[in-house]
Design a protein around this ligand. Structure first.
Ligand code: C2E
Ligand code: CA
Ligand code: CA
Ligand code: CA
Length: 279
């Protein structure tokens, strides 16, 4: 069987059976997680590279499983996308985040905007526009306070439906950010067709840019492209001061990463926002 290649071996291995079972269990448990309040939203600050101020936050979902502990989103979001669960899950994250934005606005702590990750599945077959209108009406926050982070995969999943939804959301005043920019397969034409506000340089390029010339070139190219289109450019995964300095020298606008803070629960984010001093 070895000559058949690793993929086939893997397909029939008992380990695979276990993994398939694990998946099914995890999926069933994820269904219950929403009702049992096991999901939480964490927030990670985004800092302006010139003023040093917090200008945004990114909302990142966390699953606190009663036995497994913290399950990383990289493990359950793909499952949620395949099963369609990402639609109710995404609605929940949106509502939770907007309620939190409202609280921070009332206490004078809200940054310019807070970003929520939106799956291509939500865009193509959800009722995302309706959900967002509802949540905006319910919380009374300004549409400009909400930013959606989408990856280039939306172009592949259902281009027409996704473009329509995104155009409607833009018309409402919602901000739009392209996540993991440069890692997708799509052409760049959509940048002109959609009113994108922000490009997010992928973490993999940022991680290597100070040691690898290829990564540095890509970071420079994304910044140049973004600026020539009038877009804001943010680098994610910034972990040390050297990276921040380098990004500043390239005129990148915003950074996000462990250098500023790891993603934090809401209460901790409130304290962080209240006590943060630009350096
Ligand atoms: P992403 O949107 O690209 O998020 C960035 C990831 O990098 C986050 O991982 C964040 O915690 C991590 N990160 C931030 N700063 C640093 C850093 O300085 N160094 C390193 N090594 N990592 C850093 P996380 O929270 O585990 O999320 C993983 C992915 O899961 C996200 O990637 C996003 O694609 C997805 N995700 C998270 N929350 C949601 C959600 O509410 N909805 C959807 N659809 N997807 C989500
Ligand atoms: Ca993101
Ligand atoms: Ca990203
Ligand atoms: Ca990513």
């Amino acid at each position: 069987a070895k000559t058949q290649g690793r993929g086939i071996l893997r397909f029939f291995s008992p380990e695979m059976g276990l993994r398939a079972k694990h998946r099914l269990t995890l999926e069933a448990e994820l269904r219950q997680a929403l009702e049992r309040s096991e999901l939480h939203v964490y927030y990670q600050p985004q800092v302006d590279l010139i003023s040093g101020e917090i200008i945004g936050l990114e909302a990142l979902v966390r699953w606190q499983h009663p036995e497994r502990g913290l399950v990383p989103p990289g493990e359950f979001i793909p499952l949620a996308e395949e099963s369609g669960l990402v639609v109710p899950l995404g609605d929940w994250v949106l509502r939770e985040t907007c309620r939190q934005i409202k609280q921070w606005t009332e206490s004078g702590l809200a940054p310019r905007q807070t970003a929520v990750n939106i799956s291509a599945v939500q865009l193509s077959r959800g009722h995302l526009v309706e959900s967002i209108k509802e949540v905006l009406a319910e919380t009374g926050i300004a549409p400009q306070q909400l930013e959606l982070e989408i990856t280039e995969s939306f172009v592949i999943v259902d281009r027409d439906q996704s473009f329509k939804a995104l155009a409607e959301l833009k018309a409402l005043g919602i901000r739009l950010s392209i996540d993991d920019f440069g890692t997708g397969y799509s052409s760049l034409g959509y940048l002109q067709q959609l009113e994108v506000d922000k490009l997010k340089v992928d973490i993999s390029f940022v991680r290597n840019m100070t040691t690898n010339m290829g990564s540095a070139s890509i970071v420079k190219a994304v910044i140049a492209l973004g600026h020539s289109l009038g877009l804001e450019v943010i680098a994610e995964g910034v972990e040390d001061a050297g990276q921040a300095r380098y990004l500043r020298s390239l005129r990148c606008d915003v950074m996000q990463g462990y250098l500023i803070s790891r993603p934090m629960p809401a209460e901790e984010t409130t304290r962080f926002l209240a006590s943060f001093q630009p350096t």
